[in-house]
Design a protein around this ligand. Sequence first.
Ligand code: ADP
Length: 236
Amino acid sequence: MELMKDGKRTDGRKRDELRPIKIEAGPLYRANGSCYLEWGGNKVMAAVYGPKEAIPRHIQDPRKAIIEAKYNMASFSVSDRKRPGPDRRSREISKITSEALENVVLVEMFPRASIEVEIEILDADAGTRCAGITAAAVAMADAGIPMRDIPVSCAAGKAGDTVVLDLVGTEDMKGQADVPIAIAPRTDDILLLQMDGHMTAEEIDEALELAIHGCHQIAEMQKEALMTKYKTFEEE
Ligand code: ADP
């Protein structure tokens, strides 16, 4: 299959175009904060609990809160039923998500506490780590966790010999490179940068520029989702 034909991608997008994204803040009643996000073929729910006393006590940090993100892919989220439970990949994504959030949350305000973020991938079609971080950030804001900025995540890469924004499943599998990033959009500080595949230094620069631009577009949608929730809340 040709990944790039007449300037169009397999799903008809231009090289610098995001897949359609829908964000809802606060759909869950029982969690302290939550977010439901659809991003192309991905469906993600994120829920935040805390800050609360970290248990067991030996994991407590007397100087700051710890962030415990748990990324989980539902067994029905991929076409061949996935074996339930944590694996190497989900542990890695949980770790990078915790680290991205740790760098913006005012963790010093909550010594000995933990803030839990559960990320459930209900449907997966490439870019789930980006979707997970983006949803987790909205759920954190919805829970009222004080943050310096609302993190946002998006990938760029190379498919069909072209540097493209936001790879879809076929591009991720058959493409040449994938570079997921997360940023703090007010300062453009990089909170996550990964890459697999092969690109020249110039192509990496181009991919980063595309991904940062994509992040800024998604940051607006995150803010809108939070504003919509609080407007409805005020009206009630
Ligand atoms: P990301 O979802 O962040 O792009 P990967 O690059 O590891 O993470 O995975 C790319 C895509 O491959 C996923 O979004 C998903 O659609 C698919 N995938 C990942 N793990 C599995 C699995 N165990 N079984 C089937 N498909 C999977």
